[in-house]
Design a protein around this ligand. Sequence first.
Ligand code: C6P
Length: 420
Amino acid sequence: MSTAERSVAAAMGAALDVERVRRDFPALHQEVRGRPLVYLDNAATAHKPQVVLETIQRYYAMDYSNVHRGVHWLSERATEAYEAAREKVRAFINAPDRREIVFVRGTTEAINLVAASYGGSVLKPGDEVLITEMEHHSNIVPWQLVCERTGAVLRVAPIDDDGNLVLEAFERLCGERTRIVAVTHLSNALGTLNPVRRLVEIAHAHGARVVVDGAQAAPRLPVDVQALGCDFYAFSGHKLYGPTGIGVLWARRELLEAMPPYQGGGEMIRQVTFEGSTWAPPPARFEAGTPHIVGAIGLGAAIDYLQGIGLEAIARHEHALLEYATEALAEVPGLRIVGNARERAGLVSFVFDDIHPHDVGTILDHEGVAVRAGHHCAMPVMQRYCVPATARASFALYNTREEIDALVAGLHKVRSMFGR
Ligand code: C6P
């Protein structure tokens, strides 16, 4: 599909033409173990459209140079492309200012940066950081580290049996001592979509700042950081159909300006002497060393691609797949879905009470169906539901109902192999 065609489709609110979209993704057209690949592990990482692959190839072949350092032509061109990618990210999440976009390695680094730099400078002994029981390890461990360093206390808001955040408990736990609230927008283990706008209102009423882990939401829903009202938003390029090793931290400008550097090195300084150094303004202050230039440019190409299709159309498509999958999985005897929250998106986790998820994943793999089996880097979620692991099917803009049928057929095979 050309960019112009995609823009028209998006503007008309048209349904996503999945067969045309699939043609843009070379990886989908291969066989694994003699079967057509059915890729349902998109929450782990998503495949790349041709335009992203070509952008990376073209950049390395023709435009390659370091950024912000050279006065020569190639370096200027590379810098322009890198900064243009920053502007694309700004528009993608409706951030007010390009200088609020920091390129990092991914969601994990973005949250570590906020915890170490912002958390490290504002938290005092007895202050509280409030997270939820459904967080990914990347939104737990950095807070544990900074709490240990500062004497702050980590509080955890519970989830109910269906995977909803218990709002009353969150409200009770959010108090005068709460300095930071860190929540996932969309849970990678349960598919729960959190009411971020409401959580921000509660947190701000107590003067707390809100960090949102957008790793799973950014590829699936239109994200508007101004409408959400949060203070920090983090996401990864590789889940957004872009390259690995690149991600984004968005933060309010006044917060970034007051934050100390996270790492030291080239480009993040104003002046260096042996007596001491001073810092460049954001975002450079937080981008020490040669950045992942081609990663940022490739991410920019992925964003152009997604904007061309329209995030609303993608969200509708994935929602329809989720509904179809939920109904189809409910028909598989012995299968139990883990996570039935009121608002869900993008993925479904499930278990058989007497078959280990790793066996489920391995047998499905032999049918050409790729799902993830494990704790999904969310061990506390597994503990909450008393399961060692789950199997998880996660969707992308290129998945089809026929692929969900293949998953369900594979699950019947799993049962028959275990004599069920
Ligand atoms: N979840 C999954 O299969 P990185 O690795 O930095 O790109 O993203 C970390 C991360 C943070 N938050 C959430 C909600 C996530 O889902 C992830 C990555 C992958 O679910 C790999 S564990």
